[in-house]
Ligand binder design. Structure first.
Ligand code: TMP
Ligand code: MG
Length: 308
């Protein structure tokens, strides 16, 4: 088969390149109707860093916004500095991490619910933030949209913020479904709790989809995109799962985590802030007679993007 040229990028690491090529060939043979993409959001579709500075997660966007008091901002930062090293600690098991992640999310959501955040403030909060989607996001979202390939965003972040970011970027197309922690507003439009179930880094699996109205599509061929070891279970409950290509962004603690990521993900993208490889694979798999990806207003998609 013809090569996916993007796999030659220096950021690409693969334990078994031959198997990856065979998997991509099978996805292509399987055709567009059998394909879906299941993706994490924070630090997978959004950027990890820009010009040496960390970009915010959907939680961080709220944490550092003016609608949150300085005292609360500090408390949320303290939580982050305590729990994030645990989240990514390669020396702890998932079982050890699970209750600690529940603690983190529960405490953070509890603090946010004391801040009287209004639904009507969310759009401005996102506009004021430094969030950025990965380079090439328009081609990624628009290609899937034009090809009618479902994109299931499975996020332990804040669903309202994830939707607002993608809406403002003009890519919240009808083929996109977001499953995440959604806010619950009272009759005055003020945040008073988060809806169940609580989704954290290590329960992104069938346990949070059971009984939910959001269901994975019964399309057996999956491209999974993630940046954490917790993202690997996102496709577990796809009915009749047949082919799974796992692509992992290795953003942080690269030296310590490289071997584990290579064992877990078929393709590891090391310190790569673009969606080039994913787009290259999609263009290889999908039929060639699609119109070129276009921006929301019909203009040609730019090659790179600045802050939203
Ligand atoms: P995800 O990318 O797997 O969906 O996970 C969401 C990320 O959000 C995870 O890396 C931890 C991070 N997070 C914060 O930045 N602040 C918080 O208050 C919480 C609860 C999570
Ligand atoms: Mg993530």
């Amino acid at each position: 088969m013809a090569e996916v040229e993007e796999l030659m990028k220096t950021s690409v690491l693969m334990r078994n390149p031959q198997r990856v090529r065979e998997t991509i060939a099978s996805l292509r043979t399987g055709g567009v109707d059998k394909l879906q993409v299941i993706s994490d959001f924070d630090m997978t579709l959004s950027r990890f860093g820009f010009h040496g500075r960390r970009c915010p997660t959907s939680h961080n966007i709220l944490d550092s916004s003016k609608v949150v008091s300085e005292v609360c901002q500090q408390q949320l930062k303290d939580l982050f500095h305590f729990y994030y090293p645990i989240e990514i600690d390669p020396n702890r098991t998932v079982d050890e991490k699970l209750p600690l992640m529940v603690d983190w999310w529960t405490k953070a959501h509890g603090l946010l619910c004391q801040q009287k955040i209004q639904r009507g403030q969310l759009a401005q909060i996102v506009r004021d933030s430094d969030v950025m989607l990965r380079e090439g996001f328009e081609a990624f979202f628009n290609t899937l949209h034009l090809s009618h390939v479902p994109l299931f965003i499975f996020s332990a972040g804040v669903g309202d913020i994830v939707e607002e970011i993608t809406r403002q970027a003009g890519v919240l197309h009808p083929n996109v479904q977001v499953v995440s922690n959604f806010m619950d507003f009272n009759e005055d439009g003020v945040l008073w709790r988060f809806k169940d179930p609580l989704i954290h880094t290590y329960n992104k699996n069938s346990s949070v989809l059971e009984g939910s109205s959001a269901q994975l599509q019964a399309r057996p061929n999956v491209i999974l995109l993630g940046d954490s070891m917790g993202d690997l279970t996102m496709a577990d409950s796809v009915p009749g799962l047949s082919i799974l290509l796992k692509i992992g962004f290795l953003n942080d603690k690269v030296e310590e985590q490289r071997e584990r990521y290579l064992d877990a993900y078929d393709i590891v993208l090391e310190k790569d802030e673009t969606l080039d490889v994913v787009i290259g694979i999609l263009q290889h798999i999908l039929p060639g007679d699609r119109p070129a990806p276009r921006g929301p207003a019909g203009e040609a998609a730019p090659l790179s993007e600045g802050p939203l």
